[in-house]
Design a protein around this ligand. Sequence first.
Ligand SMILES: C[S@@+](CC[C@H](N)C(=O)[O-])C[C@H]1O[C@@H](n2cnc3c(N)ncnc32)[C@H](O)[C@@H]1O
Length: 272
Amino acid sequence: MKNQNRLLWEKGDFTEIAKWMRRSGEEIVASLGIQSRLRVLDLGCGDGTTAVPLAQAGAEVLGIDIAENLVAAGNKRATEASLFRLKFQEGDACDLRGIEDRSFDLTISIFGAMFAPKPFAVASEMVRVTKPGGRIVMGNWIPNDPTSFVSQLLRISAAFTPPPPEGFISPMTWGMEANVVEYFTKAGVSKERISMIKDTYEFVALDKNPGSLIESLGRFYGPTMNAFEAAEKNGKVEELRDQLIELANAQNRNADVGVSIPATFLRVTIDL
Ligand SMILES: C[S@@+](CC[C@H](N)C(=O)[O-])C[C@H]1O[C@@H](n2cnc3c(N)ncnc32)[C@H](O)[C@@H]1O
């Protein structure tokens, strides 16, 4: 049987969306206080929005992603930037077999592992591969958050897409504090070691307009591509496009000179 999780992310070309996300990726890395010699795992790393600046900061980085095309794009970026301590490989956040226990000082996953279908397994694997005394950092979208462009994008997209199969656990559960605590305590982490704050990501392109972000999402971002395909069948493409453009325009803070759209997220830190 085909892995639907993998198909979703290989469907489009997330590198085209990641271009809008580079600045915030660099800012997250800058906030982590990376020193060289640190071994870092970036889970659901895409083409390296955080993995590349992590390696540039001196860490030895392994990026793991379920999508073959994004792993190839990440390795190309590493080679082009002569980052020889940065490697990307295919893998599933639900099952990191082949990765030894206690291998990493830092395991990071920015809007990555949240999309894996088995959250308890994901939490357990992240804890297993991180060294005692090390850290896990996650960025997770918050469901229905009115201040988050992505939460609203996913909410609108879901309203146009057929319901998921029974038993499907929404990735957005990772954006709710009670769920995060449940996933990690089940993986053996005590509550005091889990801290959560709201942080903000920014989608930025000063030479573009909000409509071009929506166009890119419709062409390259799996969840929005699925919404447009379903809308096409129901004659609702215009309705979907209008709602998304209205959202992007309403949230754009930089209407005069391009696009700068904020997106609130839950930043989770586990001190092991
Ligand atoms: C929204 S993108 C974020 C990518 C990257 N972290 C960034 O900030 O640009 C989600 C990523 O998670 C990956 N992903 C989804 N499910 C996964 C899984 N089960 N295991 C590993 N990666 C997964 C996707 O292939 C995709 O690259």
